[in-house]
Write a protein that binds this ligand. Structure first.
Ligand SMILES: Cc1cc2nc3c(=O)[nH]c(=O)nc-3n(C[C@H](O)[C@H](O)[C@H](O)COP(=O)(O)OP(=O)(O)OC[C@H]3O[C@@H](n4cnc5c(N)ncnc54)[C@H](O)[C@@H]3O)c2cc1C
Ligand SMILES: *[C@@H]1O[C@H](CO)[C@@H](O)[C@H](O)[C@H]1NC(C)=O
Length: 484
């Protein structure tokens, strides 16, 4: 027997709804089949159901996830939740309000609050940080409460394709050890970063240059509570943020090939103890050491995957299955939830009355690919460019890193602009372009000023090299966003 979870008793439903519910449970057929009840899949199931679509949501494990990902939701993601009528999923999970960031550069801090001038209806922008699993369970519960959704614990193994037209018709699964099939007009692949179905539709594979190592710190003292912290030093960046009243997450980036993290040097644990510990804020060091000794050290790859347009009838890739960026800026969930808002508008009954009309669906997905750029190209490019600067390992990048920090110290628009982009509030790629090159020029200026005058000819050559590096950092990511 498949595990079918539904909170509403079918006798309360109107006859047509009851028919759709029976069709889902007995014939395993619906308008939309969603693979993966993570951030994206669960929010999308609720949203499409509220538009009158019949939805089957498949998830390989309905137990509360225990992961080190998706723990800080930017204000732009909170806004998207609100727009989807899902804001209450942030209640009762011991979520912590986030008012901005503190970036420390070789122990000198700078405060980067979310821009107050972006207040909507008198409310300042706020993010939320929490235990990922608790938030996901809230979203799943919201999906289970919808009359038009059936949530089933089942592992998708293979997409079912029409051999003549190539159209995706549904998915083969394993439910409670038994093979099983589900069919829909539209199958949504939302199975996350390790998507097994992605490669059927795109030749691009995720690029991984580093991993985040995560620990949970108990009763630690952050320099600025209710803020994300970024620690910059001669090492790759470290992130810290509260995920509960007593718990704080630390994520330490370790690039591939870091000499102090080789096996001979004690691996990642050796690197964390010897190199990272002394670079942390003093109030954090004791709990970090305790977590290192007794806690569960876990790692996740930090992937880059530019989005591709969906061209296969009957299927739609979304979330991490479609597009990923470095998690330094905490943009993944904000991108996913805003994509749900766009899909809601583009696939509404008024736009596409019948999802079996695959050419209409594909035309809308093409519009989706370009409409999401306003927000997601900003999130994607910013994450990658900022990571390059924050993990600086040559003099050009170090000059840009210093330029970036000193730019933040100028305050005003030099903070409001960049943090507005990061928060998912400013959705204009040109603003990112402008601030990035302002940082590059400022970094070059600082480099000239701190070099002795007699070295000026060499300094000028080095400045050209710094500028060239800035271009090399950002243009490949810009170009990747311009592709279909
Ligand atoms: C280290 C790290 C830290 C991060 N921190 C943040 C952050 O602070 N803020 C932020 O916004 N983003 C963050 N992200 C990114 C964020 O986690 C993702 O963008 C987000 O979770 C994507 O949602 P999703 O629904 O696409 O995938 P997921 O949330 O991963 O959901 C996928 C779901 O599919 C299910 N599934 C997988 N395979 C199958 C199958 N075969 N059959 C059925 N079900 C299946 C999984 O069990 C899972 O429930 C981070 C990422 C990493 C790597
Ligand atoms: C469920 O779908 C029907 C149409 O099939 C729609 O009339 C109804 O409003 C939907 N239910 C909810 C709770 O949105």
């Amino acid at each position: 027997m498949p595990t079918v979870l539904e909170t509403t008793t079918s006798s309360l439903l109107a006859p047509t709804l009851q028919a759709a519910a029976i069709r889902r449970k007995e014939q395993h057929a619906a308008d939309v089949i969603i693979i993966g009840a993570g951030i994206l899949g669960s929010a999308l199931a609720v949203t499409l159901a509220r538009q009158g679509r019949s939805v089957i949501l498949l998830e390989k494990s309905l137990e509360e996830p225990d992961r080190i990902v998706g723990e800080l939701l930017q204000p732009g993601g909170v806004q998207a939740l609100e727009e989807l009528g899902l804001r209450d999923c942030l209640n009762d999970i011991d979520a912590i309000p986030v008012y901005g960031y503190e970036v420390s550069y070789y122990k000198t801090p700078v405060h980067i609050p979310y821009p107050a001038n972006a207040a909507k209806e008198g409310r300042k922008p706020e993010g939320r940080s929490f235990h990922h699993g608790r938030f996901v369970q809230k979203l799943r519960t919201a999906a289970m409460r919808e009359d038009n959704v059936t949530v089933i614990e089942s592992k998708a193994t293979e997409l079912v394709r029409n051999q003549y037209t190539g159209q995706i018709l549904g998915v083969k699964c394993i439910t409670a050890g038994q093979p099983d099939y589900y069919f829909g007009a539209l199958t949504v692949v939302a199975d996350g970063y390790g998507s097994v179905f992605r490669k059927e539709f795109s030749t691009r594979a995720p690029l991984v240059r580093s991993k985040f190592y995560g620990l949970e710190l108990i009763d630690t003292k952050l320099p600025r509570p209710s803020h994300g912290h970024v620690v910059l030093s001669e090492n790759a960046p470290v992130l810290l943020y509260q995920i509960g009243t007593r718990e704080t997450r630390i994520l330490v980036d370790i690039p591939e090939g870091t000499p102090s993290a080789t096996h001979a040097n004690g691996g990642a644990k050796g690197h964390l103890a010897k190199v990272v510990l002394p670079s942390l804020p003093v109030g954090v060091q004791k709990s970090f050491q305790e977590a290192l000794e007794n806690g569960k050290l876990r790692s996740m790859p930090n992937s880059w995957l530019p989005p591709t347009t969906n061209k296969t009838p009957g299927v739609m890739l979304l979330g991490d299955a479609l597009n990923m960026r470095h998690p330094l800026t905490g943009g993944g969930m904000t991108a996913a939830l805003n994509d749900v808002v766009l899909i809601r508008n583009l696939l509404a009954q008024e736009m596409v009355p019948d999802l079996n009309d695959t050419s209409k669906v594909l035309a809308q997905l093409k519009r989706f690919h370009w409409q999401r750029k306003g927000l997601t190209s900003v999130i994607n490019i910013l994450a990658q460019a900022l990571y390059s600067l924050f993990a600086a390992d040559d003099y050009q990048l170090q000059a840009l890193q210093l330029g970036c920090f000193r730019y933040f110290q100028l305050g005003g628009n030099c903070v409001d602009g960049p943090v507005g982009l990061l928060a998912g509030i400013i959705r204009r790629p040109f603003v990112l372009f402008y601030h990035f090159f302002a940082v590059a020029l400022y970094g070059m200026w600082l480099y000239i000023v701190q070099s002795p005058l007699w070295k000026l000819p060499l300094t000028m050559i080095q400045c050209v090299s710094i500028f060239w590096k800035a271009c090399v950092v950002i243009f490949p990511f810009i170009f990747s966003e311009l592709q279909a």
